[in-house]
Design a binder for this molecule. Structure first.
Ligand code: ADP
Ligand code: MG
Length: 155
């Protein structure tokens, strides 16, 4: 299980990191995004989703739980499970159908879906660091390890 960490000096750095990450992602892949409110999970998601070709806004699907994006060659599902009261609700929304061989799933507040949510490839944690942020990435599958290797400053 490998981990990498990077300092993100400002919002633009978080978005830029999303772009960099998007370049080394190949579906199917699942990202879990951890961190306090305002830590930058949605900002990072916006960087990833816009890098993959989406031109409009990226808002957190706080009330709808998931926002789908049909992009060139990839389907992206952006989840925000903050308001999920019971992981069982994910069964009712047919959660497994979203985690297809051609999809990228980005999940904010994955701990709310524990036990029902499919496993991640990569877990990302955003943390406050003074006025800026730090991101740490932990690989939890072979695919996750491959992504980390491609992001590694030494590669
Ligand atoms: P979350 O989804 O984790 O609740 P958001 O992405 O919605 O967080 O909000 C993050 C806030 O922090 C935004 O106001 C954004 O401008 C700011 N922000 C994002 N990245 C950084 C950073 N690296 N340094 C400082 N502020 C940041
Ligand atoms: Mg958010």
């Amino acid at each position: 299980m490998s981990t990498l960490a990077f300092d993100l000096e400002n919002e633009a750095a978080t978005v830029a990191f999303g772009l960099r990450l998007a370049k080394v992602l190949q579906a199917p892949v699942t990202l879990y995004l951890y961190g306090d409110l305002g830590a930058g999970k949605t900002t990072l998601s916006r960087g990833i989703i816009q890098s993959l070709g989406h031109e409009g806004a990226v808002k957190s699907p706080t009330y709808t739980l998931v926002e789908p994006y049909e992009l060139d060659g990839i389907e992206v599902y952006h989840f925000d499970l903050y308001r999920l009261s019971d992981p069982e609700e994910l069964e009712f929304m047919g959660i497994r159908d979203y985690f297809s061989p051609t999809s990228l799933c980005i999940v904010e507040w994955p701990d709310k879906g524990e036990g029902v949510l499919p496993e991640a490839d990569l877990k990302l944690n955003l943390a406050y660091q003074g006025e800026s942020r730090q991101i740490s990435l932990t690989a939890v599958s072979a695919k996750g390890e491959q992504i980390l290797a491609e992001l590694s400053p030494r590669s």
